[in-house]
Design a protein around this ligand. Structure first.
Ligand code: SF4
Ligand code: FES
Length: 388
């Protein structure tokens, strides 16, 4: 068994899968509605303490929508007393100016608000509910409390042509940081990828706009632009390696090396309610499964890139090829790169019939070759219907 790294640096606390929004690119599992129970306040506090003892320093509160949890302020206060740097990743629904003040008083360091688009019509269509006006109001409230304004927008085929308007909105709101993250295809986003992947031309135009804004406003607004890895020819070093720096705890206490991993076959992910976090991180079979190099197959096994990208993403390998130990299929050296190319070609004007091809696609409910299902919004009804 390879040595476990000293401890996670990052802890992502997915407090709840409950969410008032229905974004079709959500990274939560498709079957989230089947998971039962949420950790109690005391269980979360115990988890925060154990992770801090292991060395975790950065803590993200996420979901679902973490503001749904009424004990969020209590958890933030505990995190602050433990010495974490804390970040709230939120849609802003469930927030008002008084709650921003309470979170500030509890010691929250950072708030990131996600926008679906730059105008109410598209934003609220994608969110599945009226949310835009409130987000704008809360972005101003966050700024008024003295927080840096961290503005996040997930880009995809439906909104990427509005990159200019999105950046203008961010500028108007006084954003200090803007994250324009093209959709990564996990969870609901994978299910909807044929409707979400932008064309090459859309991507080129969007990046050009972002570069123009960087030149004009880079001194007051930092812009991070993440391209969809389907358009790359080498994979991202996902999570900086499996079980190396990142630990995610799902609402029901399941400990994961990444948010998407719980759908991987043949791995029993341990729960923080049943095991000490030190055992989970250092010794559990789940966290050791893809550490080191022994699990690698060719072409990764003998590739000079293997210690830089760790063979890419295990979840993407499973979703697209059906083999979680294979090379990430976005890699040009993967024998399965063709499965990604078929999607890219279909989106860029090739045959629509190729859109849904892929090893585990059918298992993930993406339909069959030859049809392009309507976009599926992330809600409990659709989650249950997919897994009935
Ligand atoms: Fe990375 Fe494997 Fe591709 Fe090499 S073959 S670049 S290790 S994914
Ligand atoms: Fe799970 Fe990349 S998202 S390993």
């Amino acid at each position: 068994m390879p040595d476990a790294p000293p401890g996670p640096l990052w802890l992502l606390a997915e407090l709840t899968y409950a969410c008032p929004l229905q974004c079709p690119y959500c990274s939560n599992p498709l079957d989230f509605a089947r998971t039962r129970g949420e950790l109690t306040t005391e269980q979360w506090i115990g988890t925060l303490r154990e992770a801090r003892q292991l060395g975790a320093a950065q803590l993200g509160f996420s979901g679902g929508e973490p503001l749904v949890r009424r004990d969020l302020e209590e958890l933030v206060a505990e995190a602050r007393s433990l010495g974490y740097y804390t970040n709230l990743i939120t849609s802003a629904i469930g927030m008002d100016a008084a709650r921003v003040r309470r979170l500030k008083d509890a010691g929250l360091d950072h708030i990131q608000i996600s926008f679906q688009a730059s105008d109410a019509a598209l934003n609220d269509y994608l969110a599945g509910t009226d949310a835009f006006a409130h987000k704008v109001e809360m972005a101003r409230a966050v700024k008024a409390e003295g927080y840096p304004m961290v503005f996040n927008a997930v880009l995809h085929r439906q909104n990427i042509d509005r990159t200019e308007e999105i950046l203008a909105l961010a500028l108007d709101l006084g954003a200090d940081y803007v994250e324009l993250a093209n959709t990564q295809f996990y969870g609901w986003a994978f299910h909807n990828r044929h409707r979400l992947l932008p064309t090459r031309e859309q991507l080129r135009r969007s990046e050009a706009v972002a570069n123009r804004y960087r030149e004009a406003h880079g001194d007051r607004m930092k812009i991070l632009y993440v391209i969809p890895d389907y358009y790359a020819d080498r994979p991202k070093p996902c999570m900086n390696g499996w079980g190396q720096v990142f630990l995610s705890v799902a609402p029901d206490g399941t400990a994961l090396p990444c948010q998407a991993a719980r759908m991987l076959p043949g791995i029993e992910f341990p729960k923080v309610t049943e095991h000490r976090l030190a055992w989970i991180w250092n010794e559990s079979p789940a966290f050791n499964r893809y550490r080191g190099r022994d699990w690698m197959k060719e072409p990764c096994r003998s590739c000079p890139e293997r210690d830089k990208d760790f063979g890419g993403c295990r979840c993407q390998a499973w979703l697209v090829t059906g083999d979680p130990a294979g090379a990430d299929p976005v890699c040009g050296l993967s024998p399965h790169r063709g499965l990604i190319d078929r999607v890219v070609e279909a989106v860029n004007g090739g045959g629509a019939g190729a859109v849904n091809a892929g090893g585990a696609s059918a298992a993930a409910g993406a339909g069959t070759a030859g049809d392009i299902p309507a976009m599926l919004f992330r809600n409990a009804r659709n989650s249950k219907a997919l897994h009935s």
